[in-house]
Design a protein around this ligand. Structure first.
Ligand code: AQP
Length: 324
């Protein structure tokens, strides 16, 4: 057992990749001690729209519940509902972290490259991420390759803090999640489907209407080879469609193309599968979003459960560093 922590950032509306590659798996494999975080504080490290940020957080929370995360068993909450706790520990950890460590993060280098105005939060968000992890005593953090370095930082900060001031934090470990599908952009199949791509036909959002989903999939980029074959390097577009179809139906993408003859059939088969996969999720999500009282009740429940976990550890940390 132990505590696993997983999060979804609200830098945009949740998409098919987030659902197939992460949320669906989290819901399917949840244990009572799991912590799920809607990371809205992380949704403002670059230019953002306040109204949308709030909306994306509500949507992401609704998505977790609609996907089957059980708010009575797991701790599922919106990060900004505990903004004081996360903010306070972030400051303490920023004073545990060096500037050199923060500026070496590959994600920072990549995301700040070529930008003339970089928010300081883009530099320090890995420390906020460390606070997210350490507040809840998470010992395992399932992350992909791109986030591994941040979990290593959280680990280093926990060790350094414990060594300097006393054993307050559980030292977390990054674990490779069970391989989920890595979904690519439908229009540019060599890059991953991403929230930050914005409104493009290449990104299918969980809340898109069935009509829109269908149109986006039917416009998916393929190639001129005219063979339905799983070969991500040579045929990224076709392989992505097979990957999506495989993930929707639980069959390996290598096997699933056998009965499909042309690209037209492939696109329409995938369109049907995605529409049917998302339909119940979107319906439950919409129900929740249309019932703000119920959504707020679940949100308050999650925040309460999260605070019960976070407060003792935060207080212990403040005490040993000499605050309060
Ligand atoms: N394209 C994807 N295919 C499969 N899984 C994906 N995830 C993200 N994109 C894909 C997984 O979704 C979970 C939540 O992701 P996140 O909110 O932490 O954001 P991210 O990984 O940075 O990806 P996004 O959604 O594309 O956002 P932006 O554009 O802001 O970077 C994670 O488990 C992630 O692996």
């Amino acid at each position: 057992s132990g505590t696993r922590l997983s999060g979804i950032k609200t830098s945009g509306p949740a998409h098919l990749g987030n659902y197939l590659g992460a949320v669906r798996r989290w819901a399917g494999d949840q244990r009572p001690d799991d912590v799920f975080l809607v990371a809205d504080l992380h949704g403002m490290t670059s230019t953002h729209n306040p109204h949308r940020l709030r909306q994306y957080a509500r949507q992401a929370f609704a998505l977790l519940i609609a996907s089957g995360v059980d708010p009575e068993r797991a701790v599922v909450f919106v990060q900004s509902d505990l903004v004081r706790e996360h903010g306070a520990l972030t400051w303490v950890l920023e004073c545990t972290c060096t500037y050199g460590e923060a500026k070496r993060m590959i994600q920072f280098k990549e995301k700040s490259r070529g930008q003339d105005s970089v928010r300081l939060g883009l530099l320090t968000y890995p420390v906020l991420q460390a606070a997210d992890i350490l507040l809840y005593g998470a010992d395992r953090v399932p992350v992909g390759e791109d986030q591994r370095e941040h979990v290593e930082l959280a680990r280093a900060l926990a060790n350094r803090f414990n060594g300097a001031y006393g054993e307050v934090f559980v030292v977390p470990e990054g674990v490779l999640p069970k391989v989920g599908a890595r979904i690519k952009d439908l229009s540019e199949p060599t890059r991953t489907m991403a929230k930050s791509s914005g409104e493009t036909p290449g990104v299918v959002f969980v809340l898109d209407s069935p009509d829109l989903v269908r149109r986006k999939v039917l416009r998916a980029v393929t190639d001129e080879l005219d063979t339905v074959r799983y070969a991500p390097k040579e045929q990224p577009g076709v392989s992505n469609l097979l990957e999506i179809l495989g993930a929707c139906t639980g069959v390996s993408p290598r096997e699933i193309g056998a009965d499909i003859t042309g690209y037209e059939q492939l696109r329409s088969t995938v369109a049907d599968a995605v529409v049917e996969l998302l339909r119940p999720v979107r319906e439950r999500m919409t129900e929740l979003l249309d019932d703000p009282a119920e959504l707020d009740r679940l949100r308050a429940l999650g925040a309460h459960r999260a605070r019960e976990r976070a407060t003792p550890r935060l207080e212990a940390a403040l005490k040993v560093v000499g605050l309060g």
